[in-house]
Design a protein around this ligand. Sequence first.
Ligand SMILES: [Fe+2]
Ligand SMILES: [Fe+2]
Length: 237
Amino acid sequence: MKLETTKTVAEIAVEIPRAIPYFEQKGIDYCCGGRQSLQEAFTKAGVAVEEALGVLEGIARTTDGEVPAQWPSLASLIQYLVDKHHAFTREQLILTGKLGSKVFLVHGKGHPELSGVNRVFNEMAEELKHHLLKEERVAFPFLKALEENEKGASMPFTLKAFQMGPQQILRGDHEATGEQLAALRHLTRGFTPPPDACVTFQAFYRALADLEADLHRHIHLENNLLFPMAEQLVARV
Ligand SMILES: [Fe+2]
Ligand SMILES: [Fe+2]
């Protein structure tokens, strides 16, 4: 596979999902900010573009793919998102929230940054709970019904209305989550616990880092794969 430097980071993350850890390692946003070209992204990250292409081509040649690049249907992708990412997000929000409160109670005085970390986390958690429900109760059932009844269905939205309505709302939520994650990363200095951190403190930062990694993958699949597939479906009906 020969890669073009004009391809966007998001396109590569869709075509070669196993490139995602490499993007993460280099601090490249493949998710909400994924519309930049490989050339731009690697230059900004201070990585030699030729070298990066070599690494990505190497990754593309290896076989075991955790996330399929092609989905037979919207319904199958939606099922994957709900079973894997929505389930993980809900569990992780509960765990992380408990750890955060405990660490704040015990170490809040000595580590004033914890108050900001907990505030941003709690805001994000609250918004995410609503976001998951919006997807599961409104957007996903609508898309599945549309796919099931593709032939003969009357489309309640024009493509433009779909883009400006449901899709824009969900993309806006994703953007907000992306900003909250970036704020958490900043406040925790890259989720690095201080030298005197106890085990719970370390577990809290670890839980935040795991949540960030999963949310980036989750949002990437929705922004860069689900929505484009949905647009094609809406345009056909
Ligand atoms: Fe989702
Ligand atoms: Fe989402």
